[in-house]
Design a protein around this ligand. Structure first.
Ligand SMILES: CC(C)(COP(=O)(O)OP(=O)(O)OC[C@H]1O[C@@H](n2cnc3c(N)ncnc32)[C@H](O)[C@@H]1OP(=O)(O)O)[C@@H](O)C(=O)NCCC(=O)NCCS
Length: 218
């Protein structure tokens, strides 16, 4: 029996074209966050105090906090960005010492802990691909065009156009050669207007990164 079901739009079936309006699955929760044009947030995701640049998507079961994510981000299911730390130096690890009011204790919530978490922002460059169930730890910066392998735990900054894997994540290899990387950074196609991207679409398809960079780095 052939079955087709699920929500009206999802990137697997792309039942209808995306629009400039962010597509947020009804089961997702978003707080105090900014989504760009043509963005998608999949089922059961939670996003707080974050930005997702134009064309970025997170496929579902994502938890994202205090993150600035560049354009054309590709986040697989289960990716967690910025799992916040508990104040491990205190007598208890439990959050009643800072979420005090919500636990009915006499002190107000401890703003210092929340400010500390906000300061540990994750920054993700444009065109980054993060594989299934990877975790990006607080304070990490991931450079443009980098790829993170599935299941990685990223504890340190990732250079642009690197492929990192493992726990803790280490550079497996550069995705492209250094000269091409420099050219792509100069081209910064991710900042092009939509019409220009559309005009170059055939080249994005048929040229590899080196040939594309050669052609467009004028
Ligand atoms: C990181 C990745 C892009 C590398 O792809 P690749 O270059 O084809 O990698 P290879 O299969 O040639 O593996 C190269 C080495 O890296 C290791 N490796 C690959 N992926 C790994 C991962 N996710 N974690 C740990 N090690 C990994 C391989 O075991 C191999 O190690 P070896 O040289 O010691 O044998 C890919 O493996 C990956 O993780 N992709 C993410 C897929 C995903 O999550 N998709 C979600 C939908 S968007």
């Amino acid at each position: 029996m052939l079955i087709n079901c699920g929500s009206a739009w999802d990137p697997w079936t792309a039942g209808r074209p995306m629009t400039e309006t962010p597509e947020i699955d009804p089961s997702a929760v978003v707080r105090n966050s900014d989504f760009g044009r043509y963005t998608y947030l999949g089922p059961r995701s939670v996003v707080a105090n974050s930005e997702l640049g134009d064309y970025g998507y997170a496929m579902g079961d994502n938890q994202i906090a205090h993150a600035r994510i560049g354009k054309f981000a590709n986040l697989a299911t289960g990716v967690r960005i910025n799992p916040s730390n508990h104040p491990w130096w205190r007598a208890t690890l439990h959050h009643f010492t800072y979420r005090s009011a919500s636990h009915g204790f006499s002190l107000p919530d401890d703003e210092e802990i929340f400010a500390w978490r906000r300061a540990d922002q994750v920054v993700i460059g444009p065109d980054v691909w993060i594989g299934h169930n990877a975790i990006v730890m607080p304070g990490v910066t991931i450079g443009a065009g980098a790829a993170v392998g599935s299941g990685a735990v990223v504890t340190k900054d990732v250079p642009p156009f690197a492929i990192v894997v493992g726990v803790p994540a280490r550079v497996l290899r550069p995705r492209i050669d250094a000269r091409t990387a420099e050219k792509l950074m100069r081209i910064a196609w991710w900042d092009w207007p939509r019409e220009r991207i559309d005009a170059a679409l055939a080249d994005f398809r048929k040229l590899d990164a080196t040939a594309f960079a050669e052609k467009y780095d004028q």
